[in-house]
Design a protein around this ligand. Structure first.
Ligand SMILES: Cc1ncc(COP(=O)(O)O)c(C=O)c1O
Length: 316
């Protein structure tokens, strides 16, 4: 219960959202397992529904969760301003949807969802909305936002210490919101043994209750993002700073002969910088690469040295 109370305290502090820790919050073993397993568990509850909706350019586990559940993964196109284009969802897909995933700030694009729109759409269509907000602390455009600000009905927000506190190895997350959904998942997940060990919970309470370390990490990411964006821009790969998250979503320049894979190869060969081809996040991402600023400044300065005076055009 201390874990759930600490999570409730953080939700209140960070988003001004008040939930009942006993009935509206539950622990998960990091959030990847929850993302991968939720469609499977919801399908047991609603066997007449077989479709998982998720952002077209996104963390691959939303689609993988659909596949593992024997469901149809149906990508929802992104709005240019960020977040899902809900008007593009075919009524035949919403009628079959088990859930809609949203992710704000987005991995990989850093875009923010207009909070409240997915909740409204989900309620109108009887589709639960699962809002993956694990990068919320690293929101750069305005304060962090949660879909729960629109109320918990039909909404479950998903959070993790992996990003907030840099504790990915600890495997501590939680899901929070609609009491019927949280209560159902808590019951079935218990039978699958998906419980967070006591010592991990005790450490996680300390992390949830402290904000100073998050401020330090925000400063680090912010400095790295602007430094690396500057280095890449000078080398011929201009990129806008993200609205949130700790990734640069770099478009392949129109003049460049090749796609995200070629840029990834070039950056590896010329700068020793390992980045992800955008295709990892769906076919719509193929003309981008994702650069994670998870290395210290000394490593990023090395990249700057290697690229100094270079204009990247093609593999030499
Ligand atoms: C969007 C998103 N959701 C969930 C996760 C899973 O994180 P964890 O299982 O460490 O909480 C990640 C990890 O990269 C992610 O990028």
């Amino acid at each position: 219960m201390a874990y759930r109370q600490a999570a409730a305290g953080w939700l209140r502090r960070r988003f001004g959202v008040t939930l009942d820790p006993e009935h509206e919050i539950a622990a998960c073993v990091g959030t990847k397992e929850l993302v991968a397993s939720t469609a499977h568990f919801l399908r047991l509850r609603s066997p007449d529904r077989d479709t998982v909706l998720f952002p077209a350019v996104s963390y691959p586990t939303y689609a993988m969760g659909a596949v593992l559940a024997g469901c149809r993964p149906v990508p929802v196109p992104d709005l240019a301003t960020g977040g899902p284009d809900l008007s593009a969802i075919d009524p035949s897909d919403s009628a079959r949807a088990l859930l809609l995933w949203t992710n704000s700030p987005s991995n990989p694009t850093g875009a923010l969802t207009d909070t409240g729109r997915p909740a409204e759409w989900g309620r109108a269509h009887g589709v639960p909305v699962f809002a993956d907000e694990c990068y919320a602390e690293f929101t750069w455009d305005g304060p962090p936002r949660s879909e729960l600000e629109a109320g918990p009905d039909g909404v479950v927000a998903v959070h993790s210490l992996s990003k907030r506190s840099n504790l990915a190895g600890v495997r501590a997350g939680f899901y929070a919101g609609d009491s019927a959904l949280v209560g159902y998942l808590l019951d079935v997940r218990r039978h699958a043994g998906l419980m967070v060990p006591g010592p991990v919970q005790a450490g996680a309470v300390a992390a949830f209750e402290d904000d100073a370390h998050v401020e330090d990490q925000r400063r680090r990411y912010s400095r790295r993002l602007s430094f690396l964006a500057g280095v890449l821009g000078t080398a011929g790969l201009p990129v806008e700073p993200p609205a949130g998250g700790f990734y640069l979503w770099v478009p392949v320049p129109a003049t460049f002969a090749g796609d995200g894979w070629s840029v990834a190869e070039l950056l590896a060969l010329e700068a020793g910088l390992l980045v992800s081809p955008g295709e990892f996040y769906g076919p719509d991402g193929a003309d981008h690469v994702r650069v994670a600023v998870v290395q210290p400044m000394s490593r990023l300065e090395l990249v700057a040295e290697r690229l100094a005076g270079r204009e990247l055009t093609a593999v030499s």
